[in-house]
Design a protein around this ligand. Sequence first.
Ligand SMILES: Cc1cc2nc3c(=O)[nH]c(=O)nc-3n(C[C@H](O)[C@H](O)[C@H](O)COP(=O)(O)OP(=O)(O)OC[C@H]3O[C@@H](n4cnc5c(N)ncnc54)[C@H](O)[C@@H]3O)c2cc1C
Length: 445
Amino acid sequence: MHLVIIGNGITGVTAACTARRLNASARITLVSAESAHHYSRPALMYLYLGHLRYADVKPYEDWFWAENRLELVHAEATGVDTAARTVQLATGQVLAYDRLLLATGSVVRTADWPGQQLRGVQGFYGLPDLERMARATQGIGHAVVVGGGLIGVELAEMLHSRGIRVTWLVREQRYWQSVLPPEEAALLTAHIRRHGIDLRLATELREVLGDAQGRVRAVLTTTGQELPAGWVGLATGVTPNLALAQAAGLATDRGILVNELLEASVPGVYAAGDCAQHRQPAPGEVAVEQLWYTGRMQGETVAHTLCGQPTPYRRGQWFNSAKFFSLEYQTYGRVPAQAGADTASFCWQHPSGRHLLRLNFRLSDHAVTGVNALGLRQRQAVWERWLGEQTPIGTVVAQLAAANFDAEFSRQHEPAIRRAFARQFPAIPLAGRPRRRGLFGAWPG
Ligand SMILES: Cc1cc2nc3c(=O)[nH]c(=O)nc-3n(C[C@H](O)[C@H](O)[C@H](O)COP(=O)(O)OP(=O)(O)OC[C@H]3O[C@@H](n4cnc5c(N)ncnc54)[C@H](O)[C@@H]3O)c2cc1C
């Protein structure tokens, strides 16, 4: 069997490694236009910050691929003939496949702003973007970041680390309003501003202004201000990369449409990771998952099917994490920006404005349904267990220290959280002894 995988991101590489483990004799070829070897996309910012070198963000040594008989082709795939089962490459080479996996990831989404083609205006997704950004931001004094998601905060931190003054335009009234409840949004807004970022809410980009050489010099906002800018980062989201799938005539919507086995609309062709869209997502799950860990899970799952062990994709508990400058954010389960009518939401904040814990639970049976933690590191295994077992909120609050992943010597907030919970929900008993916290107090079993 010849398995051809387009894209060497986390999805494609996980699929290749898993397929090799499951099938020692298969021929496996990984095609990538972006980089010769796989690297960690979420770690890109640390290259700019100077914390890591490129070699540090490659999880596998360069000899790993030949050692595991994974053939690497550094080229763009320009077409797929699904009837002949061949992939055309920009180099003129044609690869015949028995099974094809599209793991083509995402592309930066932009609006049609006047001036966005000026030099010094760009999105941020991959290595070429990082290289462009590093060149274009040398020696500049001011930059503007447009768009309030997780890539926006990374860009703000990167620029700030080089002493560049950053104005950050966020369209919504509240920071990351579609995802975060108001308290989390307010805490993060204050935290980001404390780091010297000029975060402007309810403000959009109207136009990018250039100089005589075709380089950006300023932006105009919808609030009528002209802001100096030697560089503009467009962080207004990403969208599945459908170019190859559409050229191949596959069924697409927002992403490449797949069933639960991650099969696309043509026999022998599969899609996974950022570029895929589940035809029938389970209740409460999203159709397009654009996360590192879901890419890895989809890659692992689809490899089983590709190797003759049909395996439906089941994501399990929702999980995400990010870092906002020094503040860590973790979320497990479901914590919508606004809790539904069947849900109670308890939110504790430390007076310093540097720690927050939100616990959501069902009103009917008090089962915990989700957690947001800011500045409080939580153990994934404990939360997966609590959510999976629909643990009563009283037990969760009483045993909260079991989920604490902060170092042994850092301050313990659980007693304050328990007291605040008991004040707000006096009728809910806190069941069970408080458990030991920290690295050596791991949840048993
Ligand atoms: C800056 C940044 C930071 C992020 N941080 C986080 C984070 O902290 N946590 C998190 O969960 N997620 C994060 N994400 C999202 C996460 O990186 C993606 O969800 C994940 O990388 C998707 O993996 P993938 O393998 O599906 O696609 P990708 O990583 O996009 O890989 C697809 C690859 O396919 C290549 N390709 C596409 N078309 C072709 C073609 N025709 N021919 C050849 N090659 C092709 C592309 O060039 C690309 O290299 C971040 C994303 C970015 C951009």
